[in-house]
Design a binder for this molecule. Structure first.
Ligand SMILES: *Cc1c(COP(=O)(O)O)cnc(C)c1O
Length: 556
């Protein structure tokens, strides 16, 4: 910002256009009120994202649906269009819009303004529903169709005159237009079993961790393994919107998928395989270099791909994890090799801590931190330029504030799993695994339930069959009463062996019917309980929900 012969730097934690415009207006007002910029420029970075009432669902034919049926006015339309813009990837952008009632402007004015917004956001197709919007069809320049009522449009959908394919569709209608009926038709008929991902809770968790960092410390978010099971592109789009600095994936193909879905943030690839180095360069991904062999291969590929400008790489130092990385005694030679081939430019140097969540290991952790600092100092003096340094994972962000350096790598924490009780209270659960009762039956004393007749019935019992099995990540060890799911807040134990696609639960005395919702987990305690039953950790529970389970995204 340039004002009254001075330059000011004003940082905000968002990148979307509406937020930038809002901030500009706000600064204008502050200056008009004669406030001194020095007093307020530093406050803007503390702004927090507010929740929207939008719902994102997977549609038919590879479409994405964004539902916003709550209110309908020009402002909320603009916010929704901005969201559509963020989520649309390489898709065609379609808006289904009802009449806007009680706008306080003349219809001519109103629809002119809307036409301008639609062309600003490059909307390629408009479906207008209602008599008023239909009367102004001439104002709209994109591909368009108009209907007098929602019922007329639904009739048209049924007749299959046209189809939605590979589109991101914003459904934005006033309450009375009942757009939920359109949504139900366009939504993919998913299995009853879904993993519901709450993007507002993800935002809350990111804000919590941001609060622990100095304002200059950057955040790299780990979206490896399908975003710890939550979905990669959907999570990445949200993180991009939140102004996160870096993403990291395990393999190149995960990064390629992000690029194909229009994610433009820098992406570090942690396990670059020799065969994937060409793709890494083609898709502008940044490799983690952990060995001399890999450095040589990558330098060779830079040559082969005809790269002319310095290309960012990230060096992994092993400070005690004994996983990938250069050892302390490699540093000298590493510096020499890097000087020989300056095309590979060291963007960052990092290491990974083995026990940030365990206070018993703090001495070892501090030792790792010390080794890391020594290695960085050596490399820096050798190379003659500086680079980003990072070592903290989620647990490190909370417990090793002296080691945040230039960047931290956030993983499990943003998905809602904290390092201790105090932190757990500040985090919100992101993934909820839900299903529905397929069938209810009574089984009598002496009968058995499931394979191998393992579910022996000792007194008359009502059971429900639910469509989730070990192929969905509901592991066999959870069977035979070892785990309980909940229906209307009442816990119901499993009965007999878990099958591949379903399992049986005891619902004796519980008020419920076929089609009712069953919660497998929706909070940290339930994830923890499942992981304890399975003798594992929440990481494995979350990443173990198989890709057959549909992910549904909520943004309220
Ligand atoms: C997965 C991973 C992280 C994130 O760890 P969390 O414990 O989930 O925060 C950080 N750094 C590296 C190198 C990783 O592989």
């Amino acid at each position: 910002m340039h004002y009254s012969d001075k330059f000011f730097i004003l940082e905000i934690p968002f990148s979307d256009r509406a937020s930038v415009l809002n901030v500009t207006t706000c600064v204008g007002a502050l200056i008009a009120l004669k406030l001194n910029p020095e007093d307020f420029v530093n406050e803007f970075k503390n702004l927090q994202a507010i929740a929207l009432r939008l719902e994102i669902k997977t549609g038919i034919n590879n479409c994405i649906l964004i539902n916003d049926f709550y209110n309908s006015d020009v402002n909320s339309l603009q916010i929704a269009l901005n969201h559509l813009h963020q989520q649309s990837r390489s898709h065609k952008k379609t808006v289904v819009l009802s009449d806007i009632e009680h706008s306080g402007q003349t219809n001519e004015h109103l629809y002119q303004e809307i036409a301008k917004l639609l062309s600003h956001y490059e909307i390629q197709q408009l479906i207008g529903i209602g008599k008023n919007i239909s009367q102004h069809e001439k104002l709209f320049t994109q591909e368009k169709l108009f209907f007098d009522s929602t019922a007329d449009f639904i009739k048209d959908l049924h007749s299959k005159n046209h189809q939605f394919i590979n589109s991101t569709i914003l459904l934005k209608g006033a309450r009375s237009f009942e757009f939920e009926k359109i949504s139900a038709l366009l939504q993919q008929k998913s299995h009853d079993t879904v993993l519901e991902i709450n993007l507002n809770h993800l935002t809350n968790n990111i804000n919590y961790y941001r609060g622990l960092l100095k304002s200059k410390t950057q955040i790299m978010c780990m979206v490896k393994a399908m975003g710890y099971g939550s979905g990669s592109s959907e999570i990445a789009q949200t993180l991009q919107h939140l102004g996160i600095n870096y993403l990291a994936v395990a393999y190149a193909d995960e990064g390629v998928e992000l690029r194909n879905d229009n994610v433009i943030l820098p992406v570090m690839v942690m396990s670059p395989e020799p065969d994937s180095l060409e793709d890494i360069i083609n898709y502008n991904l940044e490799p983690e270099i952990y060995s001399f062999k890999l450095l040589e291969l990558f330098n060779h590929q830079l040559d082969k791909s005809g790269v002319m400008d310095p290309y960012p790489i990230h060096l992994k130092i092993d400070t005690g994890m004994k996983r990938l990385g250069f050892e302390e005694h490699d540093i000298e030679k590493l510096g020499d090799e890097l000087l020989k081939s300056p095309l590979a430019h060291v963007k960052s140097v990092f290491s990974h801590l083995a026990g940030t969540d365990n206070p018993d290991l703090d001495e070892f952790t501090n030792e790792q931190i010390k080794l890391f600092e020594i290695a960085c100092a050596k490399l820096e003096s050798k190379l003659g330029y500086s680079f980003l340094k990072h070592i903290c994972n989620s647990g490190g962000v909370s417990r090793f504030k002296n080691a945040h350096y230039d960047m931290v790598r956030l993983g499990i924490g943003m998905y809602g799993v904290g390092v201790n009780k105090g932190e757990q209270n500040k985090l919100q659960n992101v993934g909820s695994l839900k299903t529905r009762i397929s069938q209810i039956k009574t089984v009598y004393k002496g009968q058995t339930v499931g394979y191998n007749r393992n579910g022996k019935i000792k007194k008359d019992t009502t059971i429900a069959i639910i469509p989730i099995g070990y192929a969905d990540g509901f592991k066999r060890e959870l069977g035979n009463g070892n785990f309980s799911v909940s229906i209307n807040n009442v816990l119901c134990k499993t009965v007999g062996n878990v099958c591949m696609d379903m399992c049986m639960i005891d619902i004796t005395g519980i008020n419920c019917k076929e089609g009712d919702e069953v919660i497998v987990f929706e909070n940290f305690e339930q994830i923890k309980s499942m992981s304890e039953t399975l003798h594992t950790i929440p990481y494995e529970v979350l990443t173990g929900i198989s890709s057959r389970v549909k992910r549904v995204y909520l943004q309220e």
